[in-house]
Design a protein around this ligand. Sequence first.
Ligand SMILES: [Fe+2]
Ligand SMILES: [Fe+2]
Length: 268
Amino acid sequence: MELVRSAPDVTTLADAIPIPDLGFVPVNAFLLRAEQPVLVDAGLTASSPEFLAKLSSLLDPADLRWIYLTHPDRDHTGSIRSLLDLAPRARLVTTFMGMGILSLEEPIPPERVFLLNPGQTLDVGDRQLTCFRPPLYDSPATTGFYDSLTGTCFSSDCFGAPVASADLAHADDIAAVPPSELVAGQRLWATVDSPWVTGVDRTAFRASLEPLRRLAPPVILSSHLPAAHNATTRLLEMLEQAPEATPYVGPDQAALEAMLAAMEPRST
Ligand SMILES: [Fe+2]
Ligand SMILES: [Fe+2]
């Protein structure tokens, strides 16, 4: 895991998972240094000790005021329970659906939660965070948000892409990824993470991108991509093509057995 300065007021806790058949999927959480500090997502479970140590090197977790959970998938919730203990003043920003899904494991005290729906705003002192539903998502609880002070957009899983190495996953900008690899990776990710995209009405999907196009955020911070500075037009062009992507079909049992056989040490 690396700490990456993605904007003057945002530090990314940049992790990655190697996935056979895909590559390295970046897994990002973000510390937004608003007047009331906001942590966006809570990393991987396996990385939790390192995640908490890295976060503590940036601020005392007790000073966190908000933990914005873009959705309760396991790659976003790794340290969430620890953080609720370490940050007693922080409230968990999620949706009713998000609270319900998290509470299947262990109830979240309702007084620790702040429910925010697309279109609503959260005041964090020096700015407002406006909640929106990203064009691609893999959970009914997913939201992202725009920062009213800087325009930065936090897009959750949308715009993600597996990359060729852990170093690229930790890059400070998508410019580090060769453009053709970036587009191919994003198209692949779109159908892995949001397989429904290949079945949508093209016109309706294109229309769903308009709010982002109009806002033209100068920085897009995806959970699964290095930071994208001044690249919104490019990213939206890619997204517009996502319904045309080849649907992803994962390895089947025979392919898994072949992979495992290839990994077995040869007997001499
Ligand atoms: Fe997800
Ligand atoms: Fe994710």
